[in-house]
Write a protein that binds this ligand. Sequence first.
Ligand SMILES: *Cc1c(COP(=O)(O)O)cnc(C)c1O
Length: 712
Amino acid sequence: MADPVNHLHERLRALAHNLWWTWHPEVISIFTDLDPHLWRQVDHNPIAFLNQITPEQVEERAAELVLHSRINYAFRRLNEYMEQQKTWGIIHCGNVNNRPVVYFSAEFGLHESLPIYSGGLGILAGDHLKSASDLGIPLIGIGLLYQQGYFSQRLNNDGWQEEDYIDLDPGRLPLQQVRDSAGQPLIIRIDTRRSPLQARVWQLQVGRVRLLLLDSNVDGNSAEDRDLTSRLYGGDDNLRIRQELLLGVGGARILQALNIFPGVLHLNEGHSSFAILEEIRRIMDYDQIPFHRAHRRVSLYTVFTTHTPVAAGHDRFHPDLVEEHLGIFRERIGLSHEDFMALGRVNPGDHTETFCMTVLALKTSRRANGVSAIHADVSRLMWHGLWPSRPELEVPIGHITNGVHVLSWLAPQMHQLFQTRLGQDWPTRMVHPDVWDHVAEIDDGELWETHQSLKMRLIRFVRRRLRLQAERLGHHETIEEIDRILDPDVLTIGCARRFATYKRGTLILSQPERLARLVKDTKRPVQIIFAGKAHPRDDEGKWLLQQIARLSYDSAYRTRIIFVENYDYNLARHLVQGVDVWLNTPRRPLEACGTSGQKVVLNGGLNLSVLDGWWNEAYDGRNGFAIGHGGMHNDPGVQNQRDADYLYDTLENEVLPLYYEKDASGIPCGWVKRMKHAMQSLGWRFNADRMVKDYAERFYLPAASATSTETG
Ligand SMILES: *Cc1c(COP(=O)(O)O)cnc(C)c1O
């Protein structure tokens, strides 16, 4: 019998070792109740938390707070979840059951305690795994374990971004080292002309889904290779091609070492395209067939999702680099250098063309998609050259619009409100529009109160962050002064994104007099909370960010224009749950999809966005606000000017009047109506369960039927 003292601690440890807890607030609240201060101090990392609290302390605190039943209940729920037999996947995906979908991505955003993501692409991949788990689709994720993750952001006194890199400690993460059939730590090895590249493999459990992460920091690697997986998007082409070699070829080799035969290869963006080549090699060896036949076979069960609407954003490698790192591999599959290069060239005859990872993926996948309807249009145009004999509309790139993992982004308070009206089991039925019809039955006052309390929570969070920042920068602000920052009764706009030029994060600052009027209005003011990182080498992005930071340091704007440092999962969660309006101003059509606005809708916020990405197919005139009418201009200057005019006009003429029109009891009825309509019209569509079901039905099942007849 286990010692009862150890018992609770061990159950908590089991909960901490499956990232299922990240979308179950009832587990998180156990940790916060046990010790809120420690929980914050360890950055919401339950393993670090449990490392610092003894089993006796847990037992003592649990007794004081009557936590036993909550811990035991959560533990039982997790076990039931893991063993459940009647999942959507088991019922509908019989075909892929014997062979999993293998989902490759260079980053995965699962929680703030696991900083192996930089932004939207990673968060999407994390949400994909979580929904695949909830639906019971047999899926395995493959990625890289970055020792230092993405950077954490700090601003200096001049508002300039500085970066900190912190080493991850595997002992503080729910990682398990993967072993080979002999019980030894599995080592993946790839021979290259430079030096052999080796990696160990870690496993993370995400609900029912396994995520396998390659880590090159092992003995036997050159010093340079040991650092290969230290940073996300850190280095030059040399480093990048090696990272991608590890992800693709290395990832596929993990499967072989573990005797996993993929039913479907799903490449999330082109970084992992080399996986295709290793899979071709395996089939060539196994079935003793030539390259071109294996190539055709693998393409039948390869699915490719492209995310980048800008030509320059696709990875391309110089022929010499390809030869240096993949030359040995190329010889193994018996291709000449030119034939190999042709796999990554739009025009195989053009010897000057570089090797493009997206081209390789498009040429070798029977099913390819963009991440919104408009993005697929852009992608078909961009890759028309690969299918020159077809009309542009028949370029085989479809679309599956992204969605978000609802339980990861929905505030617990809002979840509770939904449960009373949508039914206890609403999360399992969230892809059905009729479930969301019941939002209409939620009392206006209750919805508004819930929203306001979430907004207050956001405001307290921001003030806490600003206090820390002011201390660090040596600004002499008193607590009273900080507590005057942000007002819960003022229309609160959130604007958080990567500071890339096309995202135009500063569009709302572009006409200073109009901005000043909006912010300083005595009757109907606005306040804006900004966040976002610029890529460490993108000085232009840093300069944009600096414009906002400087304004936020200006005493005339200090209480109403805020920049919060270090946009990450945690800050995103607070923002999307607490703002009134989510502002998105990309230059159309350069936003592939955008998902942060979807998180906002679930929590009762309204989108104010350019008609681009998902919003272009979501906006119906009553479920948020549009900036402009979807027009574009070749001259970015003209387009910026027009969109800025539209933005201010919409704010002044539509958003503010609706928000500040309150009834006798202080509720803005027209606004609440719009909140509800947004939830009803968008909730069932823009969630990751719908997205993953779309992938399963349209891509995975047909692709898997191509492998189910094969033996090897
Ligand atoms: C959701 C999310 C993103 C992606 O949002 P976009 O709408 O594509 O900008 C990026 N970073 C974080 C931290 C997020 O939570």
